[in-house]
Ligand binder design. Structure first.
Ligand SMILES: *Cc1c(COP(=O)(O)O)cnc(C)c1O
Length: 219
């Protein structure tokens, strides 16, 4: 199947309230152009330099999502244009994002990445750090940042019960924090679900899925 066919099939299966981020990391610009021609406007990349090259070459009505681990010294390259940073996994990163956002006269939307997987290798806030940050009003100083939601990745396993438990955990944090008025926070987006588990993620309350290989083929 072509990229356009894959996109159409996936879109047809998504509930209306779920946004689709097409994860185009490692893929050539021609592939992104094909997805763009099929109407796709949200693209996800995990390397800032690669995303910036693609941004330079492609139409300016694309929303660029940084889904990977972010190194502070590279934030400046994406600050002029990035639409949503999914992978904010530490408070110190917000210092740099805020500084670069201010330089560009922008408010940058960020998601807090929460560590929900059993595996130790995944980045993200653990439950206690997350709740402590909200309790301490830790986002208040960042006037050029909007904390727009939470992001999580489930364990890489075929055990769907475990995946569901992990997604449900993130959804329950999302629900409880959503109603807590906090400066610079407006939780609307729950980003969870990839090619292998997005149906499960949506069943658990995700409203943004990040799908790569099911659209563009294996990397
Ligand atoms: C690569 C990646 C995806 C997409 O993975 P697929 O399995 O190809 O759909 C989603 N989220 C993150 C954070 C990724 O790094």
């Amino acid at each position: 199947m072509s990229i356009a066919q894959n996109l159409h099939a996936i879109r047809a299966s998504l509930p209306q309230e779920v946004s689709l981020v097409a994860v185009s990391k490692t893929k050539p610009i021609a592939d992104l152009q094909e997805a763009y021609a099929a109407g796709q406007r949200l693209f996800g990349e995990n390397k800032i330099q690669e995303m910036t090259e693609k941004w330079e070459h492609l139409p300016k009505d694309i929303s660029w999502h940084m889904i990977g681990h972010v190194q502070s010294n590279k934030v400046k390259f994406m600050a002029p244009y990035v639409s949503l940073i999914h992978g904010v996994d530490r408070l110190s990163l917000l210092d740099e994002i805020n500084k670069q956002a201010a330089k560009n006269n922008r408010i940058i939307n960020c998601l807090l990445q929460v560590h929900i997987a059993q595996e130790e290798t995944k980045f993200g806030f653990d439950e206690q750090e997350l709740l402590a940050a909200f309790d301490a009003n830790a986002f208040a100083p960042y006037s050029n940042i909007n904390i727009a939601g939470l992001m999580g990745m489930a364990s890489f396993t075929s055990d769907t019960t475990q995946i569901k438990t992990e997604f449900n955990q993130l959804k329950s944090h999302f629900d409880s924090l959503k109603n807590k008025p906090t400066a610079q926070v407006n939780l609307q987006i729950l980003s969870m679900g990839m090619s292998g588990d997005y149906a499960l993620a949506i069943a658990c309350g995700s409203n943004m899925v990040r799908i790569g290989s099911s659209i563009f083929g294996n990397r």
